[in-house]
Design a protein around this ligand. Structure first.
Ligand code: UGB
Length: 620
């Protein structure tokens, strides 16, 4: 508790409060817990003691109750008093039907629109790789993934099943490849390790740590990785922001996740931001748990941040109307204030209806919403980020979304809580802040795994499924399209349905991030007339693999250590690997496979393993 609050509470005489159940238990409480009890009563929470029996009964549980209160108090910027006050205000606004965007009119903002492989894009990628040694990465991975309904943690899911590389491995290998490439460009300077922070929660912490430890941190030094755990926040039972007592246990307050916005206060309070600043970090890049394409977008977008000196750069993709991703909008208030900010998907439609379009969230003539879609990859400039957090402590503007029993809005169907989103960080920035965004092709930048097969199959036709099926297929499509741009003849895709979702099936092409991070890297490693047929799978796992005039009709796997330089050429013909439909309801099949709707049958392949330094040629 803040010192001034503690002093005020110390002067209060608890016997004057009308709370007999607490008063008769006072002698079991430490002075700190007595202060917490006073704070609760002062803030309209005496009901939490309604069911408390006399001293001597459940004393341990009573102390455990105060342990929980102490945790809830210390993990929220401004403590529980602030939480309760914020809740009262937001609940009153919600009851009055007041919208957070009242008085604002949305319009379509202008940002940096990038086209893959053009001159501009290549230039930004180069700048981004140079700058990467000054970056720190932050993965928000505290979410349970209720929409996906997967039993494990989402970062442990395979991003694709040709190699089985899980999301966390893909992310770490991408960061290590960026670190290596960036430091190589900064010849003569000492090697810089790019830090990675992972925000976990009670739902994900132990399993994330176990995944890292059982895989030797996927090649990263364990000291490079920091885990910060978000706490849940107290649930609220009614419009007076009375804390909800757990129906199963009268000595506990119900809690729920507070949202990904917690990442800012945690980075600040953990001291990581200052540590990074002292180590020369300039950029902090935030990303989500299941987007297998995101590192394809990072070099260019970091290049944009560095070139334009953006304090905030949000990555975006063209958005389909009603897609469950926020829309980036310029909001202009009647009093002249403006900001460029994410309007969350559930708020965009009512805001548009109330202001500029009676039809709400609809596509325009391009076939997309005019508002770019937020993919929640943010690049913040560290110096100004720290300055801002010194003022706010990392508190992010919150919202509340109570489900009312009826139109009187006097009671809730179930308890609610305050929530916050990491992309709302710019809301407290002054209008002079340099806030921009970068729009990329969807196929290159965004294919999250968020929806379970049943819900994905119900997505309106033409909208992305955001499922394990579409997430994996998007990885193959992106690699195929990149090679196509680099001059490789790639067979056209076919449409096929898996788990009731029609997806484009391309050749299954995957490479490790160290093989190529940028389009220029790809072009350097491909030569001659190359072609890949639709039935093909190609996996490249080495830094120095060069493809020369290859004709691939089957499966080719090349795995080489860094000191082995391998040239692959000629015509590869074999039965290859095939895709077999499986049903997501078939519980005999492992969950991470059946949620995709297909299984890869690895029938035949040409495989080259190069474990000794040297120059090699792989030719069938
Ligand atoms: N997360 C946490 O770490 N802690 C939490 O308490 C909650 C989540 P969801 P959401 O790109 O598709 C976001 O649930 O919130 C992590 C944007 O708000 O997958 O519905 C969680 O582990 C939206 O504007 O997404 O929607 C995960 O890594 C749009 O950009 C991440 O936060 C959308 O993502 C996102 O959580 C999108």
């Amino acid at each position: 508790m803040a010192d001034s609050t503690s002093d005020q509470l110390a002067n209060l005489d608890i016997s004057e409060f009308d709370c007999p159940n607490l008063q008769r238990n006072l002698n079991i409480l430490s002075p700190d817990y007595v202060d917490l009890a006073k704070m609760l009563i002062q803030n309209g929470q005496s009901h939490v003691f309604d069911e408390w029996p006399e001293p001597g009964v459940d004393d341990d549980e009573k102390l455990a109750f105060f342990d929980q209160i102490a945790r809830l108090n210390s993990s929220y910027p401004g403590g529980l008093v602030q939480y309760i006050n914020n809740a009262k205000e937001l609940l009153a606004d919600s009851k009055a039907g007041k919208n957070a965007f009242d008085g604002f009119t949305p319009s379509v903002p202008t940002g940096e629109n990038l086209t893959f492989a053009d001159e501009n894009f290549i230039k930004y990628e180069e700048t981004g790789v140079k700058e990467a040694k000054n970056a720190a990465f932050v993965l928000v991975a505290g979410g349970l993934g209720e929409r996906l309904g997967y039993n494990g943690i989402k970062v442990a899911l395979p991003s694709e099943t040709s190699t089985g590389t899980c999301f966390l491995q893909l992310y770490i290998e991408s960061i290590l490849a960026l670190q290596e490439a960036s430091c190589r460009l900064a010849e003569g300077e000492p090697l810089k390790e790019i830090p990675l922070a992972i925000m976990t929660s009670d739902d994900t912490h132990a399993r994330t740590l176990a995944l890292l430890e059982s895989n030797a941190y996927f090649g990263m030094k364990s000291t490079q990785v920091s885990l910060v755990k978000q706490e849940k926040v107290a649930c609220l039972a009614d419009n007076d922001a009375r804390l909800a007592v757990d129906p199963q246990n009268k000595y506990r307050i119900q809690t729920k996740p507070h949202g990904h916005g917690d990442v800012h206060s945690l980075l600040y309070s953990s001291g990581l931001l200052n540590k990074w600043h002292d180590a020369g970090v300039k950029w902090v890049l935030f990303f989500q748990d299941t987007n297998g394409l995101l590192f394809k977008a990072i070099p260019a977008s970091l290049g944009v941040s560095a070139t334009k000196q953006y304090q905030v750069n949000s990555l975006a993709v063209p958005r389909k109307a009603k897609e469950a991703i926020g829309g980036i909008a310029k909001l202009t208030h009647a009093d002249g204030r403006t900001m460029v900010i994410n309007v969350e998907y559930n708020q965009l439609d009512p805001l548009l209806r109330a202001t500029i379009n009676s039809e709400g969230d609809v596509n325009c003539e391009t076939g997309f919403s005019p508002f770019p879609g937020n993919i929640n990859q943010l690049i913040l400039e560290l110096e100004s980020y720290i300055e801002e957090l010194k003022k706010t402590g990392g508190a992010i503007k919150e919202f509340v979304n109570p489900k009312y029993k009826d139109a009187t809005k006097t009671s809730f169907k179930s308890s609610t809580r305050l929530e916050c989103m990491m992309q709302d960080y710019p809301k407290t920035l002054p209008p002079t802040a340099r806030v921009g965004f970068t729009v990329m092709d969807i196929w290159l930048a965004y294919a999250p795994v968020k929806n379970n097969p049943e819900d994905a199959a119900k997505v309106p036709k033409g909208n992305p499924y955001h499922s394990a099926t579409s997430g994996e297929m998007a990885i193959y499509r992106a690699h195929s399209l990149i090679l196509k741009k680099a001059g490789v003849q790639i067979a056209d895709p076919v449409m096929h349905a898996y788990n009731g979702q029609e997806v484009e099936v391309w050749p299954r092409i995957v490479w490790k991030p160290k093989w190529a991070l940028t389009f220029s890297d790809v072009k350097r490693k491909i030569g001659g007339n190359c072609s890949v047929s639709l039935k093909s799978t190609m996996v490249l796992k080495g830094r120095n693999i060069f493809i020369e005039g290859l004709s691939l009709n089957g499966t080719l796997i090349v795995d080489a250590i860094d000191d082995a330089e391998v040239k692959v050429e000629g015509s590869v013909q074999n039965v290859g690997w095939t895709l077999e439909n499986v049903d997501y309801k078939d519980t005999r099949i492992p969950e991470e496979i059946r949620i995709r709707g297909f299984r890869i049958s690895k029938v035949d392949q040409l495989e080259g393993n190069f474990r000794e330094p040297g120059n090699y040629c792989l030719k069938p």
